[in-house]
Design a protein around this ligand. Structure first.
Ligand code: 1CP
Length: 354
C-alpha cells in the first residue's frame, strides 16, 4: 500500500498528536531502535556508534528495524542527542556501555564561544537518511508510518558537555548554572541553536513530528527549571513550532516539572513511569496531550501482567486531549523483543469505547 502526506496526517499517531480520536491508541517505544534487537547488533557489527549515526544507509536500516518487527505507529530517527556536536569538530566519542564522552569538557566562556553554530550543511547524511526513510515509511501501515525527529534539550546536552560524560549528580553542570549564570546563558543559547537546527533539518527532509528529550531535567527544582532551563527549551520548541509539526517534550523523574514542560511549548507532554498518567494529564492541562507511560521493566513480567497494566494506562489515557502509548522511558537493552511485539499487538487490539 502506498500513501501520501494527506493520508499520513490521518495516521493514528498524528491524529492523537493533534488531539483527535484515532482508530486505535497509537504506540511506539522510546529507544525502540537499538540494543534490544539482534538485527541491530548485526547491522552495527564493527561500526562505531557515531559512524553508524553518520551513515545514511545504516540510519535508514536501523530506524526501520523496529517498525518491521513490532508494527509500531511511528518510527524514531536513529541518531543521538549529542550527534550534532560531532560534525562541529568537538572531541566526542560514544563509548559502548558508557554513553557520550567529551575529551575536552566545556566550562568557560571561551570554551562555549569556540563551539561553532550548526548549519544544515553540517548534516547532509541526516537529510539523506530522513528522505530515504520517509519514502520507505510511506508504504508501511494503512496510512503510512510517520517519522519522529528528535533532539536533546539544552540542559540534558549541557550535562554531557560540562561533565565530560554521563553523570549522576550533575555537580559541575549545576555549579556552572548556579555560580556562573552568564556562561550558563551562553552555553544554553548555543545548544538551543544547535538542537533547533537539528530538528529543522529533520523536519525539512520529511519528519512529521518531533520529540525534545530533556531526560535529566528532573534533577533540578521547578523554580530553577523555570529560571535556568525552561527559557532555552522554549527557544528550541518555538523554532520547532514554526515548522507546524507536533512537539513532544519528555524528561525522566519530571512529575514536578510537567506543567512547565508543557508551557515551554509542547503539544504532548511525555510522562515517565513513576508518575500516574492521571497526574500527568492533569499537569499537562486540557490543551495538551500526553505520551506514556508503562514501566519499561514490566516487559520482564509475564505477558498478561504486562498487558493488564497497559490496559490501565490506555483507560487512563482517555481523559487526555490525546494519548500516545509508550514506555515511561527507553527500552531496557535486555528486553525480549517478543514482549514488545505482544505489547504492540495488545494496544492495537484494545477497543476504543467512546
Ligand atoms: O530508538 C532509538 O534508539 C532511537 C535512537 C536514540 C535516541 C532517541 C539513541 C541511540 N539515543 C537517543 C537519545 C538519547 N541519547 C538520550 C535521550 C533518551 C533517553 O533518555 O534515553 C540520551 C540521554 C542519550 C545519551 C546516550 N547515548 C546514552 C545515555 C548515557 C547516560 O547518561 O546514561 C547512551 C548509552 C547513548 C548511546 C546510544 N544512543 C543510542 C544507542 C542505540 C546507544 C547505545 C550505543 C550502542 O549501541 O553502542
Amino acid at each position: 500500500m502506498t500513501s501520501d502526506v494527506t493520508s499520513l496526517q490521518s495516521s493514528p499517531f498524528l491524529t492523537a498528536a493533534r488531539g483527535g480520536t484515532p482508530s486505535h491508541t497509537p504506540v511506539w517505544f522510546m529507544r525502540q531502535a537499538g540494543r534490544a534487537l539482534p538485527e541491530y547488533h548485526k547491522a552495527r557489527e564493527g561500526v562505531a556508534m557515531l559512524d553508524a549515526c553518520m551513515n545514511a544507509d545504516l540510519i535508514t536500516e536501523i530506524t526501520l528495524q523496529p517498525v518491521r518487527r513490532y508494527g509500531v505507529d511511528a518510527a524514531i530517527f536513529f541518531s543521538d542527542i549529542v550527534l550534532p556536536l560531532k560534525p562541529l569538530g568537538l572531541d566526542l566519542e560514544i563509548k559502548p556501555g558508557v554513553g557520550p564522552v567529551f575529551g575536552s569538557p566545556v566550562r568557560t566562556l571561551e570554551d562555549v564561544e569556540a563551539i561553532p553554530d550548526l548549519t544544515p550543511e553540517h548534516l547532509p547524511f541526516i537529510t539523506q537518511a530522513v528522505q530515504n526513510l520517509t519514502a520507505e515509511l510511506a508504504s508501511i501501515g494503512a496510512h503510512g508510518t510517520p517519522l519522529i525527529g528528535f533532539a536533546g534539550a539544552p540542559f540534558t546536552v549541557a550535562s554531557y558537555l560540562v561533565e565530560g560524560g554521563p553523570s549522576k549528580e550533575y555537580a559541575k553542570t549545576k555549579a556552572l548554572m548556579f555560580g556562573a549564570p552568564d556562561i550558563w546563558d551562553a552555553l544554553m543559547r548555543k545548544i538551543a541553536g544547535i538542537s533547533a537546527t537539528f530538528l529543522e533539518v529533520q523536519v525539512a527532509a520529511g519528519a512529521s513530528a518531533v520529540q525534545l528529550f530533556d531526560s535529566w531535567a528532573g534533577a533540578v527544582h521547578p523554580r530553577d527549571y523555570e529560571r535556568f532551563v525552561m527559557p532555552y527549551s522554549r527557544l528550541v520548541l518555538e523554532r520547532a513550532g514554526a515548522l507546524g509539526v507536533p512537539r513532544i517534550h519528555f524528561g525522566v523523574n519530571s512529575a514536578s516539572l510537567l506543567t512547565l514542560m508543557g508551557e515551554a511549548g509542547a503539544d504532548i507532554v511525555g510522562v515517565d513511569w513513576r508518575t500516574p498518567l492521571e497526574f500527568g494529564i492533569a499537569a499537562a492541562g486540557p490543551d495538551r496531550g500526553v505520551q506514556g507511560n508503562l514501566d519499561p521493566a514490566l516487559v520482564f513480567a509475564p505477558t498478561e501482567v504486562m498487558t493488564a497494566r497497559a490496559a490501565e494506562i490506555i483507560e487512563a489515557g482517555r481523559a487526555a486531549k490525546g494519548h500516545i502509548f509508550n514506555l515511561g522511558h527507553g527500552v531496557i537493552p535486555s528486553t525480549n523483543p517478543d514482549q514488545l511485539k505482544a505489547l504492540t499487538d495488545f494496544v492495537h487490539s484494545y477497543e476504543i469505547v467512546q
